[in-house]
Design a protein around this ligand. Structure first.
Ligand code: ADP
Length: 585
C-alpha cells in the first residue's frame, strides 16, 4: 500500500491543500482581522478613557489614579494642558518630559479625543494611546489611557496557533481519507492488474474472477471488458492451437519428407518422414546447415540456387551403399517470405528407390529382350542369305536350312508370346476373368496335353488328384499356363526313364499344385535365381530344348497375382519339386 503512487499523490494533494488553506487564512488574519482587532482594541481603550475622564470630572480632579488604572486595566497618565505630566500609573510622572508634542495630546486638545500607536519612550514597548479632555475648558487636564499593543498581537498569535492546530487536524484526517480512498480505488485496480498479469502469463482464465465482480463497481465495465478480451484471446489461442496441431499432424503424417530451410540453408523444421528417409534424427538436422549433414555436391548446388530459381528445382542422390542404397529425390520450392519476414524454402524429400529399381528392371528387360530376339533373327538372316547365295538351288541342302529357319521363327514366336504374357502379368493387377473353380480338373486337363510327349521321351507321368474338389478363385488361362510351364520344364529336364508326379492337395486353407520330377536338378546357387527373367542354368541346353528363360518367371507372377506363393526344392541329379500354393475359396 505504501508503495502506491496513488497514495503518495493523494497525500501530496492533501498537504498542498492544507498549506494553501493555512497561507490564505494567515493572510486573511493578517490583512483583515489584524486591523479589526486593532480597531476593536482602540475603541475599547477609547471607552475606558472616556469612563476614566468622566470619573475624573465628577471627582473634580481628586481621583485615585492607581484605582482608575486598575479599573481600566491600563496605564493611565494625567497631563496638564501645557504638557507637563501630573501623574502616571506605571512611571514617575514628575520625571517624565513634556508630553505636549505627543500626537494624541495635540489631537485631544483640538478635538477632545486623540489616538496614537507607537513605541513608548518611557516603557520601551509599543502602546496604543487614547487621550481625552474637554477642548473648551482650559483648566481640565488631559487623561491618557495606554495599553500595550501586545494584547492584540497575543490574540492574533492565539488565532494563528488555533489555525495551525486545525491544519494539523486536517492533515491527519486528509491522510486517513487518502489511505481509505487509495484502498477503495486500488482493490479493483489490483484485481484488474492480477487478471492482466495472469493473461500475459498465459492464464487466460485469470479473468474469470473479474467476470464475477463485473456486475458492479466503478471498474465493473473495465473488468467486464477485460474479461471479454480474455475470453476472445482464449478462443483465438484455442483456434490457433487447433490449427497448429492440425498442421503438425499433416506434416508428421505425409509420406514425403519435408524440410523447412532458411536462406542460409539451415534447417528450421523437419517431419518424421524426412528423418526416416535421411536416416538422421530431428535433433541432428534442426538448427544446423543441411549441407553439414548431407555432404553431397548435388545438395550443395541445390541450396545455392534456392535464392535464384523461380520454379521448383530438384536433385537426385544416392544414400547408403550396397543393397541398402536408397535413391532420394529432393525438390525445392522457390524461397518465400514468412509472416515474420524471414526467407524460407520447403524441401520435399521423396524415396525414389523403387522407381529407380523398376526403371532399372525395365532397362534390363529391354536389353535382355533385344538380346534374346537378336539371336534367332541373326540365324534366320544367315540361313536366308545362304539360300539366296545359291543353296536355294541345292535341293538336298535347302531342306535343313528351311527347317532351321522355321525353328528359329518358332522360337521367336514363343519368345514374343512369353514377353507379352510377362508384360501383361506385370502390369495392372485388375483381373476380371477370375472365377471360382476346382483345381483338380484344371491341372488334369493341362497334364493330358503332355501325355504324348512324355511317352515319346519315355517319361512316366503320375497324377495324384486331391481327394475332394479344391476350389479357388483363379484365372483359368493364366493358371493353366503356369501349370503347363512347370510340367513342360519337368518333362524337358528329366531324362528317359524318369518320372514326373503332379499332385493337387489341400492343407491349412491352402491348395497346393506340386510338380515333382526325377530329372537333372538345379544347382543350389542357381535355385533362388530360376524365377528371374531370362535366367537359365544352362543356356545352350535350354535353347536346344526350346526354352525362353521366361517360363518360371511367368509362373511366379501368376502365383503372386492369385495371392499365392511359388517354392522350389531341388538336388542336382536327383530331381526338382515346384509347388504353387493358392488360397482356398
Ligand atoms: P526355360 O525356358 O529355360 O526352361 P524357365 O524360366 O522355365 O526357362 O526355367 C529357368 C531355368 O531353370 C531353366 O533354364 C533351367 O535351367 C532351370 N529349370 C527349370 N525347371 C527345371 C527342372 N524341372 N529341372 C531342372 N532345371 C530346371
Amino acid at each position: 500500500m505504501l508503495r502506491s503512487r496513488l497514495l503518495w499523490r493523494l497525500l501530496a494533494v492533501n498537504t498542498v491543500a492544507v498549506l494553501a488553506f493555512v497561507a490564505v487564512s494567515q493572510a486573511y488574519i493578517d490583512w483583515s482581522l489584524r486591523q479589526t482587532l486593532r480597531d476593536e482594541a482602540m475603541a475599547d481603550l477609547k471607552s475606558r478613557a472616556r469612563l476614566a475622564f468622566m470619573a475624573l470630572r465628577q471627582a473634580g480632579g481628586q481621583i485615585d489614579l492607581e484605582e482608575v488604572g486598575r479599573q481600566a486595566d491600563a496605564r493611565v497618565t494625567l497631563i496638564r494642558r501645557d504638557g507637563m505630566v501630573l501623574a502616571d500609573t506605571d512611571a514617575d510622572g514628575r520625571a517624565m518630559e513634556s508630553h505636549l508634542q505627543r500626537p494624541e495630546i495635540q489631537e485631544a486638545l483640538v478635538r477632545g479625543v486623540g489616538l496614537d500607536t507607537r513605541v513608548s519612550q518611557t516603557l520601551r514597548r509599543e502602546m496604543d494611546y487614547v487621550a481625552v479632555t474637554d477642548p473648551r475648558d482650559s483648566q481640565t487636564p488631559v487623561l491618557r489611557v495606554a495599553r500595550p499593543t501586545e494584547v492584540t498581537n497575543a490574540r492574533l498569535s492565539a488565532m494563528r496557533q488555533g489555525l495551525l492546530a486545525i491544519a494539523g487536524a486536517l492533515l491527519i484526517v486528509g491522510s486517513g481519507l487518502a489511505l481509505l480512498a487509495t484502498r477503495l480505488i486500488r482493490s479493483p485496480i489490483d484485481r484488474l492488474r492480477e487478471a492482466a498479469e495472469g493473461m500475459t502469463e498465459g492464464r487466460l482464465d485469470a479473468t474469470d474472477s473479474a467476470a464475477v465482480r463485473a456486475a458492479g463497481g466503478d471498474f465493473g465495465e473495465l473488468e467486464a471488458a477485460l474479461y471479454s478480451v480474455g475470453v476472445q484471446m482464449r478462443q483465438r489461442v484455442n483456434e490457433l492451437e487447433g490449427q497448429s496441431r492440425e498442421l503438425a499432424s499433416i506434416m508428421e503424417n505425409v509420406s514425403d519428407g519435408l524440410l523447412l530451410v532458411d536462406a542460409k540453408g539451415d534447417v528450421a523444421l523437419v517431419n518424421r518422414a524426412a528423418t526416416r528417409l535421411l536416416g538422421l534424427s530431428a535433433a541432428q538436422l534442426e538448427g544446423k546447415p543441411l549441407w553439414q549433414n548431407l555432404r553431397h555436391p548435388e545438395v550443395h548446388d541445390l541450396l545455392n540456387t534456392l535464392r535464384e530459381v523461380d520454379g521448383p528445382s530438384s536433385v537426385k542422390l544416392e544414400l547408403g551403399a550396397g543393397a541398402s542404397t536408397r535413391t532420394l529425390e529432393i525438390v525445392a520450392t522457390p524461397m518465400f517470405e514468412t509472416a515474420e519476414g524471414e526467407k524460407r524454402s520447403v524441401l520435399l524429400v521423396r524415396d525414389r528407390t523403387e522407381d529407380r529399381r523398376l526403371e532399372q528392371m525395365r532397362r534390363d528387360f529391354v536389353a535382355d529382350v533385344s538380346h534374346e530376339l537378336k539371336t534367332p533373327l541373326t540365324s534366320i538372316k544367315a540361313y536366308v542369305e545362304t539360300l539366296l547365295d545359291g543353296a536355294m538351288d541345292d535341293v538336298e541342302a535347302r531342306g535343313p536350312f528351311l527347317e532351321k529357319i522355321r525353328n528359329n521363327a518358332e522360337r521367336l514366336t514363343k519368345l514374343v508370346s512369353d514377353i507379352l504374357d510377362i508384360s501383361r502379368l506385370e502390369g495392372s493387377p485388375t483381373d476380371d476373368a477370375r472365377q471360382r473353380m476346382d483345381l483338380n480338373p484344371l491341372v488334369e486337363r493341362v497334364l493330358a496335353q503332355f501325355k504324348e510327349r512324355a511317352e515319346r521321351r519315355r517319361v512316366t507321368l503320375e497324377w495324384l488328384a486331391a481327394p475332394s474338389p479344391a476350389f479357388a478363385v483363379v484365372n483359368d488361362e493364366d493358371l493353366s499356363e503356369a501349370v503347363e510351364n512347370l510340367i513342360d520344364n519337368a518333362v524337358k529336364y528329366t531324362p528317359e526313364g524318369g518320372k514326373v508326379t503332379v499332385t493337387v492337395s489341400t492343407a491349412d486353407g491352402l491348395h497346393e499344385i506340386a510338380v515333382a520330377d526325377t530329372g537333372i536338378g538345379i544347382p543350389r546357387e542357381s535355385l533362388p535365381r530360376v524365377f528371374e527373367r531370362f535366367y537359365r542354368v544352362d543356356k545352350a541346353r535350354s535353347r536346344a530344348l526350346g526354352g525362353t528363360g521366361l517360363g518360371l518367371s511367368i509362373v511366379k507372377h501368376v502365383a503372386l497375382r492369385h495371392g499365392g506363393r511359388i517354392e522350389a526344392e531341388s538336388e542336382v541329379g536327383k530331381g526338382s519339386l515346384f509347388r504353387i500354393s493358392l488360397p482356398a475359396a
